[in-house]
Design a protein around this ligand. Structure first.
Ligand SMILES: Cc1cc2nc3c(=O)[nH]c(=O)nc-3n(C[C@H](O)[C@H](O)[C@H](O)COP(=O)(O)O)c2cc1C
Length: 341
């Protein structure tokens, strides 16, 4: 019997990459590179773009790559292919995080269309949210989105919300005192050149310091205005059962699925990653989550429309199709492959 192998064209794969780079990344560092092969794209971690003060172990770098991988899966599904994903497909290339190809053709599902529509509309929102609660059904859908990617989302009750915001404030203070913090922030705040967080995306300072949104503006030569944020933010924590590099990639994919789902529901979101960036506060966050590994805190709500952030020119992130590996790498973790649901 003849077997039909689905091989997406180069044009389709380039569309996937164009979608992938719209994913969120820590400080908009865009720590990824892509190599288009026959019927597949290889996604590499660009470790030169790691934030060494905030993310010395590269956990958030891998989450950012995971977010791009999920976005590419959605784009491929929308193009009529059921994606096939392999993580660390080559033991000799540790920076080769994912290989995305196709298992077979299939018309896009309504769910894939909804997620794909949200890709260019999803933006990090650092402005005050309306004093309106998030519907229980929407929170259920966000939980389900995380679950579908093998992660879970815990919605904080009001006492836990206060405790998590306290941890975030405490972590933020410690991180800001770390040597190199300001110069790293200055590297990415208003960086220009299609990377970093532009002034237009920084949002105002919270006048009452209720919501510890990352203060990108502190390295600007001028202050940004302050506003009152919502007094009772809705806080959720995304976690995984383990804390390996596979869990970090899983967390990134789940994060993007949650964010795209939120966008499709008309919800805004702000990642608040400080409490997971410091061992002491991360441990305390874990204790509040039955021992699971917290990967990121999110604030969700009803927000105003915000502008997109820039991306690097695509050529900067493209590796030659038949070239060598971008860097010599020590032997890698095991290869894992599966066809996504
Ligand atoms: C792993 C990760 C951690 C992040 N942490 C924060 C954070 O602590 N504070 C924040 O304001 N934004 C955070 N972000 C959002 C990024 O700054 C944002 O994705 C990037 O600037 C690109 O902008 P966009 O999301 O609007 O496309 C994080 C994103 C990722 C993927």
């Amino acid at each position: 019997m003849a077997v039909t192998v689905a091989a997406p064209s180069r044009a389709v794969l380039m569309e996937c990459i164009r979608a992938g780079v719209l994913a969120p990344s820590l400080h908009n560092s865009q720590p990824w590179r892509f190599r288009v092969g026959r019927g597949r794209v290889d996604v590499y971690a660009d470790r030169g773009r790691r934030l060494s003060v905030l993310d010395p172990g590269g956990r958030e770098l891998m989450m950012s790559v995971g977010a791009a991988v999920f976005t590419m899966r959605v784009a491929l599904r929308r193009s009529g292919f059921v994606p096939r994903l392999e993580l660390f497909p080559d033991v000799d290339e540790t920076d080769l995080v994912a290989r995305i190809g196709a298992v077979r053709f299939a018309a896009p599902t309504a769910a894939a269309e909804v997620l794909a529509d949200a890709i260019p509309r999803r933006h990090t929102n650092r402005w005050p949210f309306a004093r309106r609660s998030v519907a229980a059904e929407s929170l259920h859908q966000l939980r389900d989105a995380a679950h579908r990617e093998g992660a879970f989302l815990s919605v904080a009750r009001s006492d836990a919300t206060e405790a998590i915001l306290d941890l975030a404030r405490a972590a933020d203070q410690v991180l800001r005192g770390r040597p190199g913090y300001r110069s790293e922030l200055a590297r990415w705040a208003a960086a220009g050149g299609g990377e970093g967080v532009p002034v237009s995306a920084m949002g105002p300072r919270d006048r009452l310091r209720t919501v510890p949104v990352r203060h990108f503006a502190e390295v600007l030569p001028f202050p940004l205005p302050s506003e009152r944020f919502e007094p009772h933010p809705t806080i959720v924590v995304l976690g995984t059962t383990g804390d390996t590099v596979f869990d970090h990639i899983r967390a990134g994919q789940a994060l993007q699925r949650v964010l795209l789902t939120a966008t499709s529901l008309g919800l805004a979101a702000t990642p608040i990653s400080q409490p997971a960036e410091l061992a002491a506060t991360r441990d305390r966050l874990a204790a509040a989550m039955s021992g699971a590994s917290p990967q990121i805190v999110l604030r969700v709500g009803h927000g105003r429309t915000v502008p997109p952030t820039p991306r690097r020119p695509l050529e900067d992130a493209l590796l030659p199709s038949d070239g060598r590996a971008p860097s010599a790498a020590p032997r890698a973790a095991r290869s894992r492959r599966w066809a996504p649901r």
